[in-house]
Design a protein around this ligand. Structure first.
Ligand code: C5P
Length: 224
């Protein structure tokens, strides 16, 4: 029998990738499929949690047995995450959030006939949602961030994760390597889980579901 160690715990998971509109038909996006976040939501559901999946432009169908709230842009995602996290025991930011958005959204289609051979875009920084959730955190809430890095040197890779978890202040950070053929849009994954001090508290590789269960194990260990 599966363990029900998340019985009665409200878990909010963001998954997918944000899209930042340029005009009514175009956006800036990323290659996150939402699969790792979905695997986490499913694993939490199967371990007894009351799950809300905040779904940003998923490549795949959201699972059954959970509440699904759609969000497309970083600013929508931020608003929904704050509202949903208020009474959650565990908040997991698995979504790939755009760091920048176009400074203006054109009301009509941007037309090459008007713009000529080059088109300049000005982008502005998006707020860090994870950081904001940490600042608004209620007592005993566990907040988990993700870091997708392309760094290939193992020590430098870990250092990036350590610096990131310190910057964000989350309780845990799931560090995973991404590239053209790793991480995003694939079925397997390989991660290291860091605590808020940057110590390694878990490691997992395998299917995204196996990795999800190991991440939940690390969350449960934190709760005790
Ligand atoms: O800084 P970086 O984008 O690598 O951080 C990744 C983590 O921070 C992920 O958990 C992601 O969901 C979150 N994030 C966020 N808001 C942003 C950028 C990233 O919440 N604007």
């Amino acid at each position: 029998a599966r363990s029900r160690d998340f019985d009665g715990v409200r878990v909010v998971v963001s998954a997918g990738g944000t899209r930042e509109p340029l005009d009514p038909v175009r956006f800036l996006g990323n290659r996150s499929s939402g699969r790792q976040g979905i695997a986490l939501a499913e694993a939490a559901r199967d371990r007894g949690a009351d799950v809300t999946l905040v779904a940003a432009n998923l490549d795949v169908q959201p699972p059954q047995g959970m509440r699904v709230v759609p969000a497309s842009t970083a600013s929508e995602l931020r608003e929904i995450m704050h509202a949903e996290s208020r009474d959650a025991g565990v908040v997991i930011m698995a979504a790939a959030v755009a760091d920048y958005r176009p400074d203006t959204v054109s009301e009509g289609k941007i037309k090459k006939e008007d713009r000529g051979d080059t088109l300049q875009l000005t982008l502005v920084r998006n707020p860090d949602i994870l950081r904001g959730l940490v600042e608004a955190r209620a007592n005993n809430q566990i907040i988990v961030g993700f870091a997708a890095e392309t760094e290939r040197n193992p020590d430098a890779f870990l250092d990036l994760g350590r610096a990131k978890v310190r910057r964000k202040g989350s309780d845990l950070l799931v560090l995973n390597r991404v590239g053209w053929t790793e991480g995003f849009a694939t079925s397997g994954n390989e991660v290291v889980v860091l605590d808020t001090r940057g110590d390694i508290v878990g490691e997992a590789s395998g299917s995204k579901r196996d990795v999800a269960d190991r991440i939940l194990d690390a969350i449960i260990r934190r709760q005790r």
